[in-house]
Design a protein around this ligand. Structure first.
Ligand code: GSH
Length: 265
């Protein structure tokens, strides 16, 4: 007999999306918002809902065992779309890439390109989001920054000297490569959610390490990367979103600005 999960009705792209994420920080919810905004999709967001926090905590509560079709998520971001409840940011982006046509479509002749877009997004998130986060929490997410500030100094120095140039250099190579197609986009001359993720990550690193990233930008070694950043920022719906009050300020999330870490680097 088919399980309830197998019988789940598929939602089409016009079914509203529900983003469940901690109110008050852009965090790992932000790439999802950017993608939804760029596509002009209809969505709700716990960041702007009264009692949005309770929706988040109910999802990750110890007594939540999910529903007949969905296991509980461990942590936000969480996306509800019709009957489907999914978590893990890259997984949500993979789903939205298909629904909103921001990646090659599975089932099409060129559909395997979806794995390339996913690879590029995962790489940006590894080096320009997860590792950036680890500069202020190198020991544990369970400790405060102040409890690991000495280790943070060392980690930030290493990050800026070696890891940041490595990842920027990688994306510059991708953009130089034949597979990227016509500029400014990463793959096949077509805007995809990987471009949005790279934009978001650069924006966050700019906030966290303004001096260090400014120097790297001025070096001229990553011209294509910064052109992509500017091109995404100028997309009409993104421009409108960034100027709106839906855009939250960076504060105590993944991207934090500690001047001593930027200076140490
Ligand atoms: N790999 C997960 C990480 C999720 C995650 O760490 N979420 C944070 C907020 S950005 C959280 O609330 N974590 C709680 C925890 O890990 O205990 C993803 O990409 O979605």
């Amino acid at each position: 007999m088919a399980s309830p999960a197998a019988k789940r009705a598929k939602s089409d792209k016009d079914t509203p999306y529900h983003l469940i994420y901690w109110p008050g920080i852009p965090g790992r919810g932000e790439p999802i918002r950017l993608v939804l905004e760029d596509a002009g999709a209809s969505y709700t967001d716990t960041a702007t809902m009264e009692n949005g926090m309770f929706t988040v905590t109910a999802q990750i509560a110890d007594d939540n065992t999910g529903d007949p079709a969905n296991p509980p998520p461990l942590a936000p971001p969480i996306l509800k779309h019709g009957d489907l409840v999914i978590s893990q940011l890259p997984n949500i982006l993979l789903y939205l890439g298909q629904k909103l046509h921001l990646a090659p479509q599975f089932g099409d002749e060129a559909g395997d390109g979806a794995y390339i877009v996913n690879q590029l997004a995962l790489t940006a998130l590894d080096g320009l989001s997860d590792e950036t986060h680890d500069t202020h929490h190198p020991i544990s997410v369970g400790l405060t920054y102040e409890e690991q500030s000495q280790e943070s100094l060392r980690r930030a120095k290493e990050y800026v000297a070696k890891r940041l140039p490595k990842f920027l250099g990688y994306f510059e190579r991708v953009l130089k490569g034949e597979a990227s197609g016509e500029a400014p986009w990463l793959y096949n001359g077509t805007f995809s959610y990987a471009d949005m993720v790279l934009f978001h990550c650069l924006d966050g690193v700019k906030y966290a390490f303004p001096r260090a990233l400014g120097k790297l930008e001025k070096s001229g070694n990553y011209e294509r990367v910064f052109k992509l950043y500017d091109a995404v920022k100028q997309r009409p719906r993104i421009k409108a979103y960034l100027e709106s009050n839906r855009r939250q300020k960076y504060s105590m999330g993944i991207y934090r600005h500690y001047p001593e870490l930027d200076d140490a680097a």
